[in-house]
Design a protein around this ligand. Structure first.
Ligand SMILES: Nc1nc2c(c(=O)[nH]1)N=C([C@H](O)[C@@H](O)CO)CN2
Length: 124
């Protein structure tokens, strides 16, 4: 299987455990690797046969901007579940970064994998 990726998807939301964090909006940044058989889309050259990264981006922007959380873990799990349940993606690696949360220029967050890597997946 192959990978469709989305890197650096910044979405404003309400994220944090402290009261002051619940009163502001700030960006989280998503990096996604999604298992997809790109051969079919390449053969047909039709978006209907592809994992449409525009559609994925629109859906995650809607979810994250409308529904915040206290923990980055909560948002990450929600996004991974949407990818698997609504887009039928068998395997996803998702990094959710909350930039600046512990200091200027420092990245913190979670990196999760969900689902089963299909046969013949890329290494790593
Ligand atoms: N594992 C986590 N640790 C922390 C989180 C989190 O979401 N997951 N959040 C915070 C605070 O909201 C911090 O980002 C701001 O002070 C601390 N630890």
């Amino acid at each position: 299987m192959d990978i469709v990726f989305i890197q650096g998807l910044a979405i404003e939301t309400t994220i944090g455990i402290h009261d002051w964090e619940k009163r502001i909006r700030r960006p989280i940044v998503l990096d996604l690797e999604m298992a997809s058989d790109i051969a079919r889309a390449a053969a047909s050259d039709r978006i209907e046969d592809a994992l449409d990264y525009d559609a994925v981006t629109r859906r995650l922007r809607q979810e994250v901007s409308e529904n915040g959380a206290e923990l980055v873990e909560t948002l990450a799990e929600r996004c991974a579940a949407i990818l698997r349940e609504e887009f039928g993606i068998p395997w996803v690696r998702l990094r959710l970064n909350k930039p600046g949360a512990v200091g200027e220029g420092v990245n913190v967050g979670v990196l999760i994998e969900r689902g089963v890597r299909p046969e013949g997946s890329l290494p790593g």
